[in-house]
Design a protein around this ligand. Structure first.
Ligand SMILES: [Fe+2]
Ligand SMILES: [Fe+2]
Length: 371
């Protein structure tokens, strides 16, 4: 009899054996003509009716009865058998490592998923590319350098969380659905900034070893929550504040529209990360030290990143309206920096992390220029 053997990583030293029997059931059916139908009585909670709300049938509308109960610990069978279904005893485990709700959950995750699905946009169709007009050379070069930086950093917010996605217990499917939308959002951000760099007579500028280092540290974070601190609280928070100020940075209406749309997406990612950390830190206050250590390092790299010309000058040129107003642009960039640090610290407060005494980011951009 043919069998397939599947390594069960969650139960080291054992193997699940699934028998692939050649259709004794079908033989019986062909002889008797009588269907089995036992599966009709083998199911999860039954007989409820989910009712759509004003916005259609959303995840929260199907969170009814036992289906709405998200367990504190994911199912020990460690498979993708749907939460709430009748699960056979011999399902093979997939070896998930994030098996506690607190390690990945955020109370807003279902709403954020629905919002993400409803607000998907197309960088090909929804940006008025045909309105893009030639810009003065310094502005175009500055915008292209900024797009190079953004193209470089955007995809980490897809690559890194989705590494963890496949390790998250399937009982927390709402988190996985949300992370899938985040990956799609970041794909779009990467593509829209790359398109912008190439759409108006410029091209890509210079990449950054320091930005790459910060991406690597996010990628290598030792836990999902540690990664969330680096990625959502600081990294994505940083670009969220930038995009919020997009009208002061963008040299054209087309660029404003790009920033506006990306901002909406980023606010979901940051909203998830902040709420997740709040949940996690409540459950595990001892995690705060690990998160602080991640942020000590991440802040230090960010400071270094913003001490090289290709990071500082494009923003000053864009905000000042050209090289001729460079000093004014630096002043405006100082205001933006103050907002970036202020909103980051507010996010830490809201996550329940007392970061203010430890943060090394000065609110005054001028302090970065002092000896
Ligand atoms: Fe993004
Ligand atoms: Fe993001």
């Amino acid at each position: 009899m043919p069998t397939v053997q599947i390594k069960d990583e969650a139960r080291i030293g054992t193997e699940a054996r699934i028998k692939l029997e050649p259709s004794s059931y079908l033989q019986k059916l062909s002889k008797t003509g009588t269907p089995d139908l036992a599966w009709m009585d083998d199911h999860g909670e039954w007989g409820m009716r989910a009712v759509p709300g004003n916005l259609g049938l959303r995840l929260k509308d199907i969170a009814i009865g036992s289906y709405g109960v998200v367990p504190e610990h994911g199912a020990a069978h460690n498979s993708m058998a749907p939460r709430g279904s009748s699960v056979p005893s011999d399902v093979p485990a997939l070896g998930f490592t994030v098996n506690d709700k607190a390690e990945c959950w955020a109370d807003n995750v279902m709403e954020l998923y629905e919002e993400a699905v409803a607000r998907q946009w197309s960088s090909a169709r929804d940006i008025p590319w045909d309105e893009l007009k030639p810009l003065p050379d310094d502005l175009e070069r500055a915008m292209c350098q900024l797009c190079t930086f953004l193209t470089e950093v955007e995809f980490i917010a897809a690559d890194a969380p989705t590494r963890w996605m496949s390790r998250i217990n399937h009982d927390f499917l709402e988190v996985k659905l949300f992370l899938a939308t985040q990956a799609m959002d970041e794909a779009r951000h990467t593509d829209v900034f790359r398109k912008r760099a190439l759409a108006n007579g410029g091209g890509l500028g210079k990449s950054s070893a320091l930005a790459e280092l910060s991406l690597k540290r996010i990628f290598d974070a030792g836990s999902f929550s540690a990664q969330t601190a680096r990625l959502h609280l600081l990294g994505e928070g940083f670009v969220l504040t930038m995009f919020r100020q997009g009208e002061f940075i963008a040299p054209s209406r087309v660029d404003q529209e790009i920033f506006r749309r990306c901002m909406q997406d980023e606010s979901r990612h940051v909203g998830y990360g902040t709420m997740h950390l709040r949940t996690q830190l409540k459950m595990r206050p001892d995690l705060a030290e690990e998160v602080h250590a991640e942020l000590d390092d991440a802040e230090s790299i960010l400071l270094q990143t913003f001490s090289v010309p290709e990071s500082v000058e494009p923003m000053a040129v864009l905000m000042g309206g050209g090289i001729k107003n460079f000093d004014h642009g630096m002043e405006l960039q100082g205001n933006l920096w103050r907002r970036i640090v202020g909103e980051y610290l507010q996010r830490c407060d809201s996550a329940g992390l007392d970061r203010r005494p430890r943060c090394i980011l000065p609110t005054d951009f001028g302090a970065l220029m002092a000896d």
